[in-house]
Design a protein around this ligand. Sequence first.
Ligand code: TRP
Length: 455
Amino acid sequence: MDDFKRPSADSGDDKAGGKAERFSRSGFIFAAIGSSVGLGNMWKFPYITGLYGGAAFFLLFTICLLLIGIPVLLAEMAIGRGGRGSPAVALVRLSGQKIWGGFGLLSIIGAFFIMSFYAVVAGWTLHYGVLTFSRALGEGTDFAGEFFDFIGGFLPVMWQLVVMLITGWIVLRGASGIEKFNKILIPSLVVILLFLMVRVLMLDGAGAGVEFFLKPDFSKLTNESVLVALGHAFFSLSLGMGTMLTYGAYMDRQQSLGSAALAVGGGDLLYALLAGLIIFPTTFAFGIEPGQGPGLAFIALPAAFSAMPAGWLFGGLFFILLAIAALTSCVSLLEVPVAYSMDRWRWGRPKATIVTSVLCFLVGIPSAISVGGAVGGLHWGPRSFFDWTDFIASNIILPLGGLIVTVFVGYVWRDAGREAGLTAGWFIVWLFILRYVAPLLIVLVFLHSSGILKF
Ligand code: TRP
Protein backbone atom coordinates (compact mmCIF):
# COMPACT_ATOMS: atom_id res chain seq x y z
CA MET A 1 0.00 0.00 0.00
CA ASP A 2 2.97 2.28 0.64
CA ASP A 3 3.37 2.80 -3.04
CA PHE A 4 0.09 4.55 -3.15
CA LYS A 5 0.46 6.95 -0.26
CA ARG A 6 -0.21 10.46 -1.32
CA PRO A 7 3.08 12.37 -1.46
CA SER A 8 3.38 15.54 0.56
CA ALA A 9 2.30 18.36 -1.73
CA ASP A 10 4.75 18.58 -4.58
CA SER A 11 7.51 16.92 -2.65
CA GLY A 12 9.09 16.15 -5.95
CA ASP A 13 9.61 12.50 -5.10
CA ASP A 14 6.50 11.08 -6.65
CA LYS A 15 8.10 9.79 -9.82
CA ALA A 16 10.71 7.18 -10.34
CA GLY A 17 14.09 8.73 -10.75
CA GLY A 18 13.65 11.40 -8.08
CA LYS A 19 12.64 14.79 -9.30
CA ALA A 20 9.05 15.10 -10.43
CA GLU A 21 8.39 16.43 -13.92
CA ARG A 22 6.30 19.56 -14.39
CA PHE A 23 4.77 21.60 -17.18
CA SER A 24 4.76 25.39 -17.03
CA ARG A 25 1.25 26.84 -16.99
CA SER A 26 1.13 27.61 -20.67
CA GLY A 27 2.98 24.33 -21.26
CA PHE A 28 0.02 22.34 -20.01
CA ILE A 29 -2.40 24.25 -22.24
CA PHE A 30 -0.23 23.72 -25.32
CA ALA A 31 0.34 20.05 -24.59
CA ALA A 32 -3.33 19.38 -23.87
CA ILE A 33 -4.48 21.22 -26.97
CA GLY A 34 -1.85 19.25 -28.90
CA SER A 35 -3.37 16.06 -27.55
CA SER A 36 -6.96 16.95 -28.29
CA VAL A 37 -6.43 18.48 -31.72
CA GLY A 38 -5.64 15.57 -33.96
CA LEU A 39 -6.77 13.21 -36.66
CA GLY A 40 -10.09 13.21 -34.85
CA ASN A 41 -10.63 16.82 -35.90
CA MET A 42 -9.27 16.58 -39.41
CA TRP A 43 -10.03 13.05 -40.48
CA LYS A 44 -12.92 11.61 -38.45
CA PHE A 45 -14.87 14.80 -37.75
CA PRO A 46 -15.36 15.89 -41.38
CA TYR A 47 -16.63 12.57 -42.60
CA ILE A 48 -18.98 11.95 -39.71
CA THR A 49 -20.23 15.53 -40.07
CA GLY A 50 -20.88 14.79 -43.73
CA LEU A 51 -22.57 11.52 -42.83
CA TYR A 52 -24.79 12.83 -40.05
CA GLY A 53 -26.11 16.00 -41.57
CA GLY A 54 -23.55 18.81 -41.65
CA ALA A 55 -24.27 21.88 -39.56
CA ALA A 56 -26.85 20.22 -37.30
CA PHE A 57 -24.22 17.67 -36.35
CA PHE A 58 -21.64 20.38 -35.72
CA LEU A 59 -24.08 22.10 -33.40
CA LEU A 60 -24.69 18.86 -31.51
CA PHE A 61 -20.97 18.27 -31.25
CA THR A 62 -20.52 21.78 -29.82
CA ILE A 63 -23.22 21.20 -27.21
CA CYS A 64 -21.80 17.81 -26.22
CA LEU A 65 -18.32 19.23 -25.96
CA LEU A 66 -19.34 22.15 -23.76
CA LEU A 67 -21.92 20.38 -21.63
CA ILE A 68 -20.33 16.99 -21.06
CA GLY A 69 -16.84 17.02 -22.57
CA ILE A 70 -15.38 19.93 -20.62
CA PRO A 71 -16.74 18.78 -17.22
CA VAL A 72 -15.25 15.30 -17.76
CA LEU A 73 -12.00 16.85 -18.97
CA LEU A 74 -11.88 18.88 -15.76
CA ALA A 75 -12.50 15.70 -13.76
CA GLU A 76 -9.58 13.91 -15.44
CA MET A 77 -7.25 16.84 -14.91
CA ALA A 78 -8.27 17.11 -11.25
CA ILE A 79 -7.61 13.41 -10.64
CA GLY A 80 -4.18 13.68 -12.28
CA ARG A 81 -3.10 16.74 -10.35
CA GLY A 82 -4.76 15.71 -7.09
CA GLY A 83 -3.26 12.23 -7.18
CA ARG A 84 0.02 13.48 -8.61
CA GLY A 85 0.45 10.42 -10.68
CA SER A 86 -0.33 8.50 -13.81
CA PRO A 87 -3.50 6.42 -14.13
CA ALA A 88 -1.56 3.61 -12.43
CA VAL A 89 -1.60 5.28 -9.04
CA ALA A 90 -3.67 8.48 -9.05
CA LEU A 91 -7.12 6.97 -8.40
CA VAL A 92 -5.74 4.52 -5.85
CA ARG A 93 -3.97 7.30 -3.96
CA LEU A 94 -7.04 9.50 -3.88
CA SER A 95 -9.46 6.77 -2.80
CA GLY A 96 -7.16 4.55 -0.78
CA GLN A 97 -8.73 1.56 -2.56
CA LYS A 98 -6.67 -0.69 -4.78
CA ILE A 99 -9.60 -1.64 -6.97
CA TRP A 100 -9.34 1.72 -8.75
CA GLY A 101 -5.99 0.60 -10.13
CA GLY A 102 -8.12 -1.15 -12.76
CA PHE A 103 -8.60 2.20 -14.42
CA GLY A 104 -4.85 2.39 -14.94
CA LEU A 105 -4.82 -0.94 -16.69
CA LEU A 106 -7.81 -0.02 -18.81
CA SER A 107 -6.18 3.23 -19.82
CA ILE A 108 -2.91 1.70 -20.95
CA ILE A 109 -4.73 -0.97 -22.92
CA GLY A 110 -6.89 1.76 -24.48
CA ALA A 111 -3.97 4.06 -25.21
CA PHE A 112 -2.01 1.16 -26.76
CA PHE A 113 -4.92 0.25 -28.99
CA ILE A 114 -5.63 3.80 -30.10
CA MET A 115 -1.94 4.44 -30.66
CA SER A 116 -1.61 1.29 -32.73
CA PHE A 117 -4.02 2.40 -35.46
CA TYR A 118 -3.56 6.12 -34.91
CA ALA A 119 0.16 5.91 -35.71
CA VAL A 120 -0.75 4.11 -38.93
CA VAL A 121 -3.01 6.95 -40.12
CA ALA A 122 -0.44 9.49 -38.90
CA GLY A 123 2.00 7.66 -41.17
CA TRP A 124 -0.37 8.06 -44.13
CA THR A 125 -0.34 11.81 -43.60
CA LEU A 126 3.47 11.87 -43.79
CA HIS A 127 3.41 9.78 -46.96
CA TYR A 128 0.84 12.07 -48.55
CA GLY A 129 2.78 15.14 -47.47
CA VAL A 130 5.82 13.82 -49.32
CA LEU A 131 3.75 12.78 -52.36
CA THR A 132 2.06 16.15 -52.63
CA PHE A 133 5.15 18.26 -52.14
CA SER A 134 7.12 16.20 -54.62
CA ARG A 135 4.30 16.84 -57.11
CA ALA A 136 3.75 13.14 -57.62
CA LEU A 137 0.01 13.74 -57.57
CA GLY A 138 -1.42 15.74 -60.41
CA GLU A 139 -4.43 16.23 -62.54
CA GLY A 140 -4.28 12.87 -64.29
CA THR A 141 -3.93 10.90 -61.04
CA ASP A 142 -6.49 8.27 -60.07
CA PHE A 143 -6.69 9.39 -56.45
CA ALA A 144 -8.76 6.51 -55.15
CA GLY A 145 -6.54 3.97 -56.91
CA GLU A 146 -3.41 5.66 -55.56
CA PHE A 147 -4.74 5.55 -52.00
CA PHE A 148 -5.87 1.91 -52.10
CA ASP A 149 -2.60 0.82 -53.70
CA PHE A 150 -0.70 2.57 -50.95
CA ILE A 151 -2.65 1.19 -48.00
CA GLY A 152 -2.77 -2.22 -49.64
CA GLY A 153 1.02 -2.48 -49.60
CA PHE A 154 3.69 -2.63 -46.90
CA LEU A 155 4.85 0.97 -47.14
CA PRO A 156 2.45 2.06 -44.36
CA VAL A 157 4.49 -0.04 -41.91
CA MET A 158 7.58 2.00 -42.75
CA TRP A 159 5.70 5.26 -42.17
CA GLN A 160 4.22 3.92 -38.96
CA LEU A 161 7.78 3.22 -37.81
CA VAL A 162 8.79 6.80 -38.65
CA VAL A 163 5.86 8.08 -36.56
CA MET A 164 6.83 5.84 -33.63
CA LEU A 165 10.45 6.98 -33.81
CA ILE A 166 9.54 10.67 -33.79
CA THR A 167 6.99 10.15 -31.02
CA GLY A 168 9.38 8.09 -28.91
CA TRP A 169 12.14 10.63 -29.38
CA ILE A 170 9.91 13.40 -27.99
CA VAL A 171 8.44 11.36 -25.14
CA LEU A 172 11.98 10.39 -24.12
CA ARG A 173 12.55 14.04 -23.24
CA GLY A 174 9.81 14.00 -20.61
CA ALA A 175 7.34 16.72 -19.69
CA SER A 176 9.67 19.58 -20.61
CA GLY A 177 10.42 18.05 -24.01
CA ILE A 178 6.74 17.46 -24.67
CA GLU A 179 6.03 21.06 -23.69
CA LYS A 180 8.73 22.46 -25.98
CA PHE A 181 7.62 20.36 -28.92
CA ASN A 182 3.99 21.48 -28.56
CA LYS A 183 4.95 25.12 -28.11
CA ILE A 184 6.65 25.07 -31.49
CA LEU A 185 4.12 22.96 -33.34
CA ILE A 186 0.79 24.35 -32.13
CA PRO A 187 1.48 27.94 -33.25
CA SER A 188 2.76 26.59 -36.60
CA LEU A 189 -0.47 24.65 -36.88
CA VAL A 190 -2.55 27.78 -36.35
CA VAL A 191 -0.61 29.76 -38.96
CA ILE A 192 -0.98 27.05 -41.61
CA LEU A 193 -4.64 26.58 -40.72
CA LEU A 194 -5.49 30.26 -41.15
CA PHE A 195 -3.48 30.54 -44.34
CA LEU A 196 -5.25 27.57 -45.89
CA MET A 197 -8.65 28.73 -44.72
CA VAL A 198 -8.27 32.13 -46.36
CA ARG A 199 -7.13 30.53 -49.61
CA VAL A 200 -9.93 27.99 -49.66
CA LEU A 201 -12.67 30.46 -48.82
CA MET A 202 -11.70 32.46 -51.90
CA LEU A 203 -12.48 29.52 -54.21
CA ASP A 204 -15.49 29.81 -56.48
CA GLY A 205 -18.30 27.79 -55.01
CA ALA A 206 -16.81 27.75 -51.49
CA GLY A 207 -19.98 29.33 -50.12
CA ALA A 208 -22.02 26.16 -50.57
CA GLY A 209 -19.55 24.32 -48.36
CA VAL A 210 -19.74 27.00 -45.68
CA GLU A 211 -23.50 26.77 -45.78
CA PHE A 212 -23.50 22.98 -45.50
CA PHE A 213 -21.21 23.22 -42.48
CA LEU A 214 -22.81 26.15 -40.66
CA LYS A 215 -26.49 26.29 -41.59
CA PRO A 216 -28.28 23.60 -39.62
CA ASP A 217 -31.08 21.50 -41.01
CA PHE A 218 -32.66 19.99 -37.91
CA SER A 219 -34.69 17.48 -39.84
CA LYS A 220 -31.45 15.57 -40.29
CA LEU A 221 -30.98 15.01 -36.58
CA THR A 222 -31.49 11.49 -35.32
CA ASN A 223 -30.96 9.84 -31.95
CA GLU A 224 -27.98 8.18 -33.47
CA SER A 225 -26.36 11.46 -34.42
CA VAL A 226 -26.58 12.65 -30.80
CA LEU A 227 -24.70 9.60 -29.59
CA VAL A 228 -22.13 9.78 -32.36
CA ALA A 229 -21.58 13.48 -31.53
CA LEU A 230 -21.04 12.72 -27.86
CA GLY A 231 -18.72 9.81 -28.59
CA HIS A 232 -16.73 12.04 -30.88
CA ALA A 233 -16.57 14.85 -28.29
CA PHE A 234 -14.91 12.35 -25.95
CA PHE A 235 -12.49 11.14 -28.58
CA SER A 236 -11.69 14.66 -29.66
CA LEU A 237 -10.92 15.82 -26.12
CA SER A 238 -8.74 12.70 -25.55
CA LEU A 239 -10.91 11.54 -22.64
CA GLY A 240 -11.36 8.15 -21.07
CA MET A 241 -7.84 6.81 -21.56
CA GLY A 242 -5.98 8.68 -18.89
CA THR A 243 -4.31 11.05 -21.35
CA MET A 244 -5.53 14.23 -19.72
CA LEU A 245 -5.06 12.65 -16.32
CA THR A 246 -1.41 11.94 -17.12
CA TYR A 247 -0.84 15.48 -18.38
CA GLY A 248 -2.78 16.85 -15.39
CA ALA A 249 -0.25 15.20 -13.07
CA TYR A 250 2.41 17.54 -14.50
CA MET A 251 0.35 20.67 -13.80
CA ASP A 252 1.30 23.47 -11.49
CA ARG A 253 -0.68 23.43 -8.21
CA GLN A 254 -1.53 27.12 -8.50
CA GLN A 255 -2.97 26.93 -12.00
CA SER A 256 -6.74 27.24 -12.29
CA LEU A 257 -8.07 23.92 -13.55
CA GLY A 258 -11.40 25.39 -14.65
CA SER A 259 -9.91 27.97 -16.98
CA ALA A 260 -7.35 25.48 -18.30
CA ALA A 261 -10.16 23.01 -19.15
CA LEU A 262 -12.10 25.79 -20.86
CA ALA A 263 -9.05 26.84 -22.84
CA VAL A 264 -8.40 23.29 -24.01
CA GLY A 265 -12.05 22.57 -24.84
CA GLY A 266 -12.41 25.93 -26.56
CA GLY A 267 -9.20 25.38 -28.51
CA ASP A 268 -10.39 22.00 -29.72
CA LEU A 269 -13.76 23.37 -30.77
CA LEU A 270 -12.21 26.33 -32.57
CA TYR A 271 -9.89 23.99 -34.39
CA ALA A 272 -12.79 21.77 -35.46
CA LEU A 273 -14.56 24.87 -36.74
CA LEU A 274 -11.57 26.08 -38.75
CA ALA A 275 -10.86 22.58 -40.07
CA GLY A 276 -14.47 22.38 -41.25
CA LEU A 277 -14.05 25.75 -42.93
CA ILE A 278 -11.20 24.29 -44.93
CA ILE A 279 -12.59 20.87 -45.73
CA PHE A 280 -16.19 21.64 -46.73
CA PRO A 281 -15.53 24.65 -48.96
CA THR A 282 -12.75 22.70 -50.70
CA THR A 283 -14.92 19.66 -51.39
CA PHE A 284 -17.95 21.70 -52.44
CA ALA A 285 -15.95 23.97 -54.72
CA PHE A 286 -14.85 20.89 -56.65
CA GLY A 287 -18.20 19.12 -56.56
CA ILE A 288 -17.19 16.34 -54.18
CA GLU A 289 -19.62 14.81 -51.69
CA PRO A 290 -18.37 15.26 -48.11
CA GLY A 291 -20.02 12.12 -46.71
CA GLN A 292 -17.44 9.89 -48.35
CA GLY A 293 -16.22 8.08 -45.30
CA PRO A 294 -12.63 7.68 -44.18
CA GLY A 295 -11.27 8.29 -47.67
CA LEU A 296 -12.31 11.93 -47.56
CA ALA A 297 -8.97 13.26 -46.35
CA PHE A 298 -6.84 11.02 -48.54
CA ILE A 299 -8.85 10.76 -51.73
CA ALA A 300 -11.31 13.64 -52.08
CA LEU A 301 -9.16 16.39 -50.64
CA PRO A 302 -5.95 15.61 -52.52
CA ALA A 303 -8.05 15.50 -55.69
CA ALA A 304 -9.56 18.87 -54.90
CA PHE A 305 -6.26 20.47 -53.98
CA SER A 306 -4.57 19.20 -57.11
CA ALA A 307 -7.18 21.00 -59.21
CA MET A 308 -6.20 24.36 -57.69
CA PRO A 309 -3.41 26.55 -59.01
CA ALA A 310 -0.26 25.76 -56.98
CA GLY A 311 -2.21 22.82 -55.59
CA TRP A 312 0.95 20.97 -54.58
CA LEU A 313 1.70 23.79 -52.14
CA PHE A 314 -1.77 23.97 -50.59
CA GLY A 315 -2.24 20.22 -50.59
CA GLY A 316 1.22 19.77 -49.10
CA LEU A 317 0.45 22.29 -46.37
CA PHE A 318 -2.80 20.50 -45.66
CA PHE A 319 -0.93 17.25 -45.03
CA ILE A 320 1.67 18.99 -42.89
CA LEU A 321 -1.22 20.30 -40.85
CA LEU A 322 -2.62 16.81 -40.49
CA ALA A 323 0.78 15.37 -39.62
CA ILE A 324 1.45 17.96 -36.91
CA ALA A 325 -2.00 17.47 -35.41
CA ALA A 326 -1.46 13.71 -35.44
CA LEU A 327 2.05 13.77 -33.94
CA THR A 328 1.12 15.96 -30.98
CA SER A 329 -1.71 13.51 -30.23
CA CYS A 330 0.58 10.49 -30.63
CA VAL A 331 2.92 12.00 -28.05
CA SER A 332 0.08 12.22 -25.52
CA LEU A 333 -1.01 8.66 -26.25
CA LEU A 334 2.45 7.19 -25.83
CA GLU A 335 2.97 9.18 -22.64
CA VAL A 336 0.13 7.21 -20.95
CA PRO A 337 1.83 3.78 -20.91
CA VAL A 338 5.24 5.42 -20.40
CA ALA A 339 4.08 7.31 -17.30
CA TYR A 340 2.21 4.22 -16.14
CA SER A 341 5.26 1.99 -16.24
CA MET A 342 7.40 4.65 -14.57
CA ASP A 343 4.88 4.93 -11.73
CA ARG A 344 3.89 1.34 -11.39
CA TRP A 345 7.11 -0.51 -11.95
CA ARG A 346 9.55 2.30 -11.14
CA TRP A 347 11.15 2.16 -14.58
CA GLY A 348 13.28 5.08 -15.69
CA ARG A 349 11.95 7.16 -18.58
CA PRO A 350 14.38 5.79 -21.20
CA LYS A 351 13.48 2.17 -20.47
CA ALA A 352 9.76 2.97 -20.26
CA THR A 353 9.82 4.86 -23.56
CA ILE A 354 11.81 2.29 -25.49
CA VAL A 355 9.81 -0.70 -24.28
CA THR A 356 6.40 0.89 -24.85
CA SER A 357 7.35 2.35 -28.23
CA VAL A 358 8.53 -1.02 -29.48
CA LEU A 359 5.36 -2.69 -28.18
CA CYS A 360 3.14 -0.03 -29.73
CA PHE A 361 4.90 -0.44 -33.03
CA LEU A 362 4.47 -4.22 -32.97
CA VAL A 363 0.81 -4.03 -31.99
CA GLY A 364 0.27 -1.54 -34.80
CA ILE A 365 1.75 -3.66 -37.59
CA PRO A 366 -1.36 -5.85 -38.03
CA SER A 367 -3.41 -2.64 -38.23
CA ALA A 368 -1.12 -1.17 -40.87
CA ILE A 369 -1.30 -4.21 -43.10
CA SER A 370 -4.91 -5.21 -42.51
CA VAL A 371 -6.71 -2.02 -43.39
CA GLY A 372 -5.81 -2.05 -47.04
CA GLY A 373 -5.73 -5.84 -47.25
CA ALA A 374 -1.97 -6.25 -47.82
CA VAL A 375 -2.26 -9.46 -45.86
CA GLY A 376 -5.39 -11.54 -46.14
CA GLY A 377 -6.88 -13.27 -43.13
CA LEU A 378 -6.63 -10.33 -40.74
CA HIS A 379 -10.37 -9.93 -40.98
CA TRP A 380 -12.81 -11.24 -38.43
CA GLY A 381 -16.48 -10.86 -39.12
CA PRO A 382 -17.27 -7.43 -40.48
CA ARG A 383 -13.99 -5.80 -39.51
CA SER A 384 -10.30 -5.81 -40.29
CA PHE A 385 -7.77 -5.86 -37.45
CA PHE A 386 -7.49 -2.08 -37.89
CA ASP A 387 -11.25 -1.59 -37.56
CA TRP A 388 -11.45 -3.92 -34.59
CA THR A 389 -8.82 -2.01 -32.63
CA ASP A 390 -10.54 1.27 -33.46
CA PHE A 391 -13.88 -0.25 -32.47
CA ILE A 392 -12.69 -1.75 -29.18
CA ALA A 393 -10.69 1.32 -28.16
CA SER A 394 -12.99 4.11 -29.30
CA ASN A 395 -16.38 2.48 -28.80
CA ILE A 396 -15.84 0.23 -25.79
CA ILE A 397 -12.80 1.18 -23.71
CA LEU A 398 -13.22 4.93 -24.15
CA PRO A 399 -16.81 5.16 -22.83
CA LEU A 400 -15.92 2.74 -20.05
CA GLY A 401 -12.95 4.89 -19.04
CA GLY A 402 -15.10 8.01 -19.20
CA LEU A 403 -17.70 6.36 -16.98
CA ILE A 404 -15.09 5.40 -14.39
CA VAL A 405 -13.82 9.00 -14.28
CA THR A 406 -17.30 10.48 -13.79
CA VAL A 407 -18.30 7.94 -11.13
CA PHE A 408 -14.99 8.39 -9.31
CA VAL A 409 -15.25 12.17 -9.12
CA GLY A 410 -19.04 12.23 -8.72
CA TYR A 411 -19.36 9.63 -5.97
CA VAL A 412 -16.03 8.45 -4.58
CA TRP A 413 -13.44 11.19 -4.29
CA ARG A 414 -14.65 13.64 -1.68
CA ASP A 415 -12.00 16.31 -2.23
CA ALA A 416 -12.57 16.77 -5.93
CA GLY A 417 -14.20 20.17 -5.44
CA ARG A 418 -11.21 21.56 -3.62
CA GLU A 419 -8.79 20.33 -6.26
CA ALA A 420 -10.92 21.72 -9.10
CA GLY A 421 -11.10 25.10 -7.34
CA LEU A 422 -14.52 26.01 -8.72
CA THR A 423 -16.84 28.57 -7.16
CA ALA A 424 -19.71 27.08 -5.15
CA GLY A 425 -22.21 27.59 -7.97
CA TRP A 426 -20.07 26.05 -10.68
CA PHE A 427 -19.15 23.20 -8.39
CA ILE A 428 -22.81 22.25 -7.99
CA VAL A 429 -23.32 22.33 -11.76
CA TRP A 430 -20.17 20.28 -12.32
CA LEU A 431 -21.11 17.67 -9.74
CA PHE A 432 -24.63 17.44 -11.10
CA ILE A 433 -23.29 16.76 -14.59
CA LEU A 434 -20.77 14.20 -13.35
CA ARG A 435 -23.25 12.42 -11.09
CA TYR A 436 -26.37 12.26 -13.20
CA VAL A 437 -26.10 13.56 -16.76
CA ALA A 438 -22.74 12.31 -17.98
CA PRO A 439 -22.95 8.69 -16.68
CA LEU A 440 -26.39 8.23 -18.20
CA LEU A 441 -25.35 9.59 -21.58
CA ILE A 442 -22.10 7.65 -21.55
CA VAL A 443 -23.99 4.41 -20.91
CA LEU A 444 -26.26 5.24 -23.85
CA VAL A 445 -23.26 5.97 -26.05
CA PHE A 446 -21.71 2.69 -24.98
CA LEU A 447 -24.87 0.68 -25.69
CA HIS A 448 -25.16 2.31 -29.07
CA SER A 449 -21.54 2.29 -30.20
CA SER A 450 -20.92 -1.26 -29.04
CA GLY A 451 -23.90 -2.34 -31.12
CA ILE A 452 -25.83 -3.73 -28.14
CA LEU A 453 -28.82 -1.44 -28.71
CA LYS A 454 -30.08 0.20 -31.85
CA PHE A 455 -31.63 3.63 -31.47
N1 TRP B 1 -7.95 13.58 -29.42
C1 TRP B 1 -7.14 13.09 -30.47
C2 TRP B 1 -7.82 13.39 -31.79
O1 TRP B 1 -8.82 14.04 -31.84
C3 TRP B 1 -6.81 11.63 -30.35
C4 TRP B 1 -6.42 11.21 -29.00
C5 TRP B 1 -5.28 11.49 -28.34
C6 TRP B 1 -7.20 10.41 -28.12
N2 TRP B 1 -5.29 10.93 -27.08
C7 TRP B 1 -6.48 10.28 -26.93
C8 TRP B 1 -8.45 9.86 -28.24
C9 TRP B 1 -7.02 9.58 -25.86
C10 TRP B 1 -8.98 9.14 -27.17
C11 TRP B 1 -8.28 9.03 -25.98
O2 TRP B 1 -7.36 12.99 -32.81
